[in-house]
Write a protein that binds this ligand. Structure first.
Ligand code: NAD
Length: 356
């Protein structure tokens, strides 16, 4: 089993190191190969997704990704910025289904921004479409407005679009995920304003006919944002488009105490996947040794479960993470009075110890 290790930038290298340590301790024969990506790819080869890195990702059975980005690259032309690497990998590998579970560990109830009675026991899954929507739609760019009240003025524009097969395949993935959970799916759209999302709603409703055991409801994205902070436990699985999913999953992240706790998986049609924490490269804390590595370690567990067919090993890692939280170990982002503050490496070491 070959795993491509792409640590990236900022805290990416620090947190991926911890996850690799944990994977190595499982007693499995993984072939791991590391390659630069993002800003590191640009520094090494002049491109955020160097050819060799893409080739490695294509050949591997799964990819463990850290994070990319740094403010210092903000002046580069867009195609050379670190974040293009992740968009490129999603596109080249057709990783269209992004799974973001938001689970609140009982030990972290106090770290959530919501009251314990609203959030304790939270366990929801956001399924975000990853290959389409306004993030990829063409045409896009800057130009002189061809019409409208500001005709002739400079304007920026993007194109929101979804093709029927794109909506169908993500809807199937989401219904099947719901079948394995509590059999409730909420499709989030903006059908009252956007043609693209009226179409989305119609297609999801049609796919539902194949999953009569799953209860489907539709919700506008503004209401979904409100319900996520008002009564998040009402949700089981949420399916939505690329942009709405991007925003809602970060909101859901805060419910769990810290974005440093949230793993994610981006899968293709054959369950090959890229696994990464939901957060970015956190340049503000990079190099300080205080980043929370648990989201990355939990992403490695998702990789074992979804792509490498090692569910028992995934369970072992998740149990070890739970154990270190029960022991009261906390990186600064989830620290509360009465617990023990530890750094990135100490947290990784503690998970390693808890594995045995
Ligand atoms: P971010 O997620 O990097 O950081 C947001 C806040 O959360 C910061 O205060 C940071 O310190 C904190 N944080 C994030 N991860 C943490 C962890 N593991 N432990 C403790 N605290 C953590 O988002 P940002 O600041 O908006 O973006 C920083 C850079 O990351 C930008 O260049 C952005 O484009 C990039 N980014 C990359 C990805 C990706 O690689 N998939 C995703 C989002 C943002």
């Amino acid at each position: 089993m070959k795993i491509a290790i792409l640590p990236g930038d900022g805290i990416g290298t620090e947190i991926v190191e911890q996850a690799v340590k944990v994977l190595n301790a499982l007693g499995q024969k993984f072939e791991m190969e590391t390659a630069p990506v993002g800003g590191a790819g640009y520094e090494a080869h002049g491109h955020p997704l160097p050819e060799g890195t893409l080739k490695l990702a294509q050949e591997a059975d799964a990819i463990l990704f850290g994070a990319v980005g740094d403010w210092k690259y903000d002046t580069l032309e867009r195609s050379l910025r670190p974040e293009q690497a992740i968009l490129g990998l999603r596109k080249h590998l057709t990783l269209f289904a992004n799974f973001r579970p938001a689970i609140l560990y009982p030990e972290l109830v106090g770290a959530s921004s919501l009251k314990p009675e609203i959030v304790s026991g939270l366990d929801i899954l956001i399924v975000r479409e990853l290959n389409g929507d306004i993030y990829f739609g063409q045409p896009r760019g800057m130009r002189e407005a061809p019409d409208g009240p500001f005709k002739g003025a400079r304007e920026g524009f993007d194109t929101m679009r979804y093709a029927e097969p794109e909506i169908r395949r993500i809807a199937h993935v989401a219904f099947q995920a719901a079948q394995k959970r509590h059999k409730r799916l909420t499709s989030v759209d903006k059908a009252n304003v956007l043609e693209t999302f009226q179409f989305w709603k119609d297609i999801v409703t049609d796919v539902h006919k194949e999953y009569p055991d799953v209860e489907l409801d539709h919700m506008y994205v503004d209401n979904a944002a409100m319900q996520l902070v008002r009564a998040p436990k009402k949700f089981d699985v949420i399916v939505t488009g690329n942009m709405f999913g991007d925003i809602l999953s970060d909101a859901a992240a805060m419910l769990t105490g810290s974005i440093g706790m949230l793993p994610s998986a981006s899968l293709d049609a054959n369950n090959k996947g890229l696994y990464e924490p939901s957060h970015g490269s956190a340049p503000d804390i990079a190099g300080k040794g205080i980043a929370n590595p648990l989201a990355t370690i939990l992403s490695a567990a998702m990789m074992l479960r979804f792509s490498l067919n090692l569910p028992a090993e995934a369970d072992r890692i998740e149990a070890a993470v739970k154990k270190v939280l029960t022991q009261g170990l906390r990186t600064p982002d989830i620290y509360e009075a009465g617990t023990t503050k530890v750094g990135t490496t100490e947290m990784g070491d503690a998970v390693l110890k808890a594995l045995s």
